[in-house]
Design a protein. Sequence first.
Length: 277
Amino acid sequence: MLKEKISHILDEHSSFIIHCPNLNLDIQENEFVSYNPASIIKLFILYGALKKIDEKKVDYSDLIQIPDEEKVPGSGVLKDMTTSSLPLIDLLTLMITVSDNTATNLILDYISIPYIQDAIETLSIKSTWVKRKLYHMIPGVFNETVPMDVLTILKAFYEGIGLSEKSQKTALSILGKQQYHYLSNHVVLCGHCGKLLKSNYCSCNTYSGDVEPKEITMYSKSGEITGHVHDAGIMIVEDIAVYAIVMTSKQRNNPQTKEKISQIGELLYHYIKEKLC
């Protein structure tokens, strides 16, 4: 069974949710365990920002200053740029697509942590806490979430719960452009026949350098810090939306854990394809 196969890939310090209403698929393991979410917290920040835009308290075009003293380490590009300001929509895009930490902190200041917390709680999210900016170390204070809350926020984006149609489309557009993929890393299709590629040469004898491979549609956000690797997203397989969340802690080797998550994504893709046959 799918649940047993996924459990076998992961270790004891892991949680996962696979949810697909169209196929009556709903499997969970350790779905209420609390994690340091790393960059997964950016999903909740995105929702809060879009909610405030919908309420016309801020606007996509609002220009936000980028002081040098606000630039922080880690993922992203703003820390290495001389750009002095960007519109809110660009900061939201950078926050998700390249997981920009400086953009995230600027958004947290502009939208405000209390507002974001109140916004996500309108979705009945009860175990996620946006407590501090990234790289602003406060002893004993960490952002928190549980996999079930991550499923809730993904559903809110995909179904447009609490968001205007424009904000829903904006969210999915941004989430679909994320550059870090774990779950869908092994799910690349031949540009000629559409079969899953296992090497640069497809079984149909097409060389992937001659015909551009196709990436599966994935609306997602990954997150990683030492010992923690997460990925959460909506995989679209033949127009069927499949929610997949994997969260881990106490990992000995982050690259190995990323590979495990990629194996789960490939396993899930095959499972859904078989169900649709």
